[in-house]
Design a protein around this ligand. Structure first.
Ligand SMILES: C[S@@+](CC[C@H](N)C(=O)[O-])C[C@H]1O[C@@H](n2cnc3c(N)ncnc32)[C@H](O)[C@@H]1O
Length: 216
């Protein structure tokens, strides 16, 4: 079911997880705050490999595309999704309406990319969407930046486990980071146990804190 969030951008309510895909305080606002501002803009490399946990609505990939173009940074975007959303939901997502007209086509191009294929969408942006379970996934590429955008710990504790963070740690380059919207105690503990150094940052609207974890 599609729901409107406070900044006017849409989100999806998942019956399976009894949770929305984004904060109801603002889907675009939250994605920009946590993933673009605290993650993407924090990276200084001119070529960045991003790994996203949960492609979902494609909002983070879409905002990253726009920012990559603005900053002339090359992005290899890898995203994993166990339960792809139906096309009827894609048609109802209004994210491109907040940007220049040309981005409508880009949003739909990102969604149309075949699962498992590495596709160059523009000079600055390539994407590979993987239809698989993160818990069983074996990483193929070295990663610079992780957008950890799973459902909450209460819904999916197995995704926020030490095992998953250890797997990420091994796949990540030195001085690479994970950003996530949650700063729950058990999550901080699991990320630290996997070897990362954590910084707690101001959260997006409706949340006190978020996390940025660095592999030094
Ligand atoms: C909070 S939603 C966010 C999705 C997306 N980043 C967005 O902005 O729409 C979490 C996503 O993780 C996906 N997911 C849940 N369990 C997963 C798993 N084991 N492996 C991969 N993806 C999973 C869900 O289907 C959902 O799309």
């Amino acid at each position: 079911m599609i729901q409107e969030t406070k900044d006017g951008s849409a989100t999806i309510y998942s019956q399976q997880f009894d949770e929305t895909y984004h904060s109801i305080s603002g889907a675009i606002q939250e994605a920009n705050h946590v993933f673009i501002d605290a993650g993407f803009k924090f990276c200084t490399k001119k070529e960045i490999t991003i790994f996203e946990v949960g492609f979902g609505t494609g909002l983070n990939a879409f905002l990253t595309y726009i920012e990559a173009e603005k900053q002339a940074v090359n992005i290899n975007y890898i995203t994993i999704e166990k339960y792809p959303i139906k096309q009827e939901f894609v048609e109802k997502l209004n994210y491109y309406t907040f940007f220049e007209k040309k981005y409508k086509e880009i949003f739909h191009k990102i969604h149309a990319v075949e699962w498992g294929s590495d596709v160059k969408i523009s000079q600055f942006f390539s994407i590979k969407k993987i239809n698989a379970d993160l818990i069983k996934y074996n990483f193929e590429k070295r990663i610079d930046l992780v957008y950890f955008d799973a459902f909450s710990y209460n819904s999916q504790p197995e995704i926020w486990s030490i095992d998953v963070f250890e797997k990420l740690y091994k796949a990540m380059n030195n001085n690479s980071i994970i950003v996530t919207y949650s700063a729950k105690g058990i999550i901080k503990q699991n990320i630290r146990t996997a070897g990362f150094i954590i910084k707690r940052l101001k959260g997006a609207a409706g949340k006190w804190h978020m996390l940025r974890a660095t592999k030094f």
